[in-house]
Design a protein around this ligand. Structure first.
Ligand code: CTP
Length: 399
């Protein structure tokens, strides 16, 4: 049995000089056990013939959306639905731009737009086209949507220059496909709620009380949980970050809105990771009109917001509960108190008084305290890496 036995792969071939290498890719995918359906763009047929792919794959090859179809009724939808993976190799700058823009004007782009399967692209083009900010921006957009991009190789290109943009060897591309298709998904099927960012509490129609949280930690956790197969709900306070790929993102403003969004799905959740900086107080009266300056002093009356995590701890059943404690002193003592009081499985504590870690930066330095008394101390690390550590602990408790 090959590593890809039973997998249906739609191989998109676009019109670059490297299109000939797609023949070997198709052949290797098939040898690894996959059923391969090739879609060529018109331009690709200038480089390789449909017949070659038909012989190699043993399947009909699609090019023209309007050609008479034999096997499928509505072919683009049929291929989009049956695919376990759509691989585009080589992917020209043009196809990348079209997919980024959501254009569907041929069989391949239509299939990509209609599919829910993961999409992998192996860009191959002239170095200048590859480095052009437009192409780089388009590739970033595809990554943001959760598509996988295979890094092009460097070397001598067909156009005569040296640089990045070569299609990697077919054996490497097929290896990346196999790694991706057999990747571990320890959170497969788990429902995870992540909160992120800071809540804001209105004072009047133009002002609010807020905090310095940017959402980076929570967004990193949500994105990683989705990559590991979880069904993720991200409840986020205002943040400049884009919605993470594959994550259902709900944007809220106040603590009470966050509470309502989390509680609505808490019953079904396997885990809740509360990385949000929730405002503990809100203005008691929200002025209907903009507050005008008058006296030298303005006194604000605040009232307590609900402690969302405390409430979840009270109703806790199967859910794994993870809290955060951002402290400026006595980190261990305060974190452990919160762990117990909020009935958590573990708490991620950090000292936000240090400049290189915590709010608004890409790194964090934390200690984890578990309900059984264990403590684990971590060095300064990227939030994306820390997300993996936190989720590994969650997966361990869930299993
Ligand atoms: N939290 C919450 N609801 C609140 C306040 C905090 O759910 N109203 C959650 C946070 O998301 C975090 C944990 O509780 O996961 C600890 O938050 P933190 O602000 O450090 O603690 P507080 O309980 O607010 O305690 P204090 O502000 O007194 O340090």
């Amino acid at each position: 049995m090959g590593a890809l036995t039973g997998k249906k792969i739609v191989l998109g071939v676009t019109g670059g000089i490297a299109a000939y290498k797609a023949v070997e890719i198709a052949s290797r995918l098939r040898k690894a056990g996959a059923e391969v359906h090739v879609i060529m763009t018109r331009e690709a047929t200038e480089f390789v013939t449909e017949l070659t792919f038909r012989e190699i794959t043993g399947q009909p090859v699609s090019v023209d959306m309007w050609a008479k179809v034999t096997n499928f009724n509505v072919e683009h939808i049929a291929l989009a639905t049956l695919a376990d993976l759509v691989l585009i190799a080589p992917a020209t700058a043009n196809i990348i731009a079209k997919i980024a823009a959501g254009i569907a004007d041929d069989m391949l782009t239509t299939t990509v737009l209609a599919t829910k399967a993961p999409v992998m692209l192996a860009p191959a083009m002239n170095t200048n086209m590859y480095e052009n900010p437009v192409t780089q921006g388009n590739m970033a957009e595809l990554r943001r949507r959760g598509m996988q991009l295979i890094e092009p190789a460097s070397g001598h290109l067909a156009c005569g220059i040296e640089g990045k943009g070569r299609l990697p060897e077919p054996v490497q591309i097929v290896q990346e496909v196999m790694d991706f298709m057999t990747r571990e998904q320890p959170l497969q099927g788990r429902r995870i709620i992540v909160t992120a960012g800071g809540t804001i509490e209105p004072l009047d129609p133009v002002r609010y009380l807020g905090n310095r949280s940017t959402g980076k930690m929570g967004y990193a956790i949500a994105a990683e949980a989705a990559r590991q197969g979880a069904e993720v709900l991200l409840v986020s306070g205002p943040s400049n970050l884009p919605n993470p790929a594959g994550v259902r993102t709900v944007r809220i403003q106040t603590a009470r809105e966050m509470q309502a969004a989390v509680e609505a799905e808490y019953g079904e959740a396997d885990a809740v990771i509360m990385s949000a900086a929730v405002a503990d107080y809100r203005p008691k009266n929200v002025a209907a009109d903009k507050i005008k300056k008058s006296d030298d002093e303005l006194v604000l009356h605040l009232e307590r917001n609900p402690d969302i995590l405390f409430g979840l701890g009270q109703q806790k059943q199967q859910q794994v509960l993870v809290g955060f404690a951002a402290e400026t002193c006595n980190v261990e003592e305060y974190a452990k108190k919160k762990l117990t009081k909020k009935n958590l499985d573990f708490i991620v504590a950090n000292d936000v008084s240090s400049k290189d870690a915590g709010f608004a930066v890409d790194n964090n330095r934390v200690q984890l305290y578990f309900r059984d008394g264990r403590a684990e101390k971590y060095p300064l690390m990227a939030k994306a890496e820390l997300a993996k550590v936190i989720l590994e602990k969650v997966a361990g408790i869930l299993s």
